[in-house]
Write a protein that binds this ligand. Structure first.
Ligand SMILES: N[C@@H](CCC(=O)N[C@@H](CS)C(=O)NCC(=O)O)C(=O)O
Length: 230
């Protein structure tokens, strides 16, 4: 019997979801998409909680597997569908370096981005200490600038899952904070935007911008980011 089609539960305003969408587009994987409207609380509905008690997206259901974290989903999809095997390298040190950067995305960059965006949603932009979040997030910019000192990509000299994981969160942070003081990071981001598959980030990013602006009652700075809708 042929492999069943993976199902991705998603809300494309979520950066980790958008990383999965970029990879799915890059590898032309046939996936069934099921929308979970996070801003309407659909993640707390009983049917979805039975799939993911953590009430978060992305979730990938593939045959017997239920994966509830974007990093696991990216690795799984790359192992199954990346025939070239470069996005998730086979060689041990290269692979662990990719994993290390993906964990940086998870535990540092995304965490700080999520703290900032959630606070805007919860309290309204006028009540947020933007300077505090700017310090936290530009520290992350500085770290990525260092990662890019010796290599063109986040985990070496070729595109890997690390770049795909990081770029969606970076694009979200960049809605607010410019990259001009971090030239390598700015160049890397521009290169990522040139990938055809990057289009999979754009619609959700624009939707997020509009949602946060509406709920937070403010406007992100104009023309900071590339927010073309595909
Ligand atoms: N580390 C997780 C983070 C997933 C996550 O926090 N998703 C958020 C959207 S960006 C979510 O679904 N939040 C809804 C909730 O927690 O109720 C991943 O990379 O998949």
């Amino acid at each position: 019997m042929s492999d069943p089609k993976p199902i991705l539960y998603y809300d494309d305003r979520s950066p980790p979801v958008r990383s999965c969408l970029i990879l799915i587009r890059l590898l032309a994987i046939d996936v069934e998409l099921r929308f979970v409207d996070l801003f309407m609380g659909a993640q707390f509905e009983k049917a979805f909680l039975s799939v993911n008690p953590q009430h978060s997206v992305p979730v990938l259901v593939h045959d017997e597997l239920v994966l509830t974290d974007s990093h696991a989903i990216l690795i799984h999809l790359a192992e199954k569908f990346d025939v070239a095997g470069t996005l998730w390298p086979k060689e041990h040190d290269a692979r662990i370096q990719v994993l290390n950067r993906m964990l940086f995305e998870c535990s540092f960059l995304f965490r700080r981005d999520s703290d900032f965006m959630s606070e805007i949603v919860r309290r309204g932009f006028a009540n947020v200490d933007v300077a505090h979040h700017e310090r936290k997030l530009t520290e992350a910019y500085g770290i990525m600038e260092q990662y890019l000192e010796r290599h063109d990509y986040m985990a070496g000299d070729q595109l890997t899952l690390a770049d795909i994981s990081i770029v969606t969160t970076l694009s979200t942070v960049n809605l607010m904070f410019r990259l001009s003081h971090w030239p390598r990071l700015e160049r890397w981001f521009a290169a990522m935007q040139q990938l055809d598959a990057y289009a999979a980030n754009c619609t959700g990013l624009e939707k997020l911008r509009q949602t946060i602006q509406r709920i937070g009652d403010f406007q992100f700075p104009a023309s900071v980011s590339h927010t073309a809708v595909d």
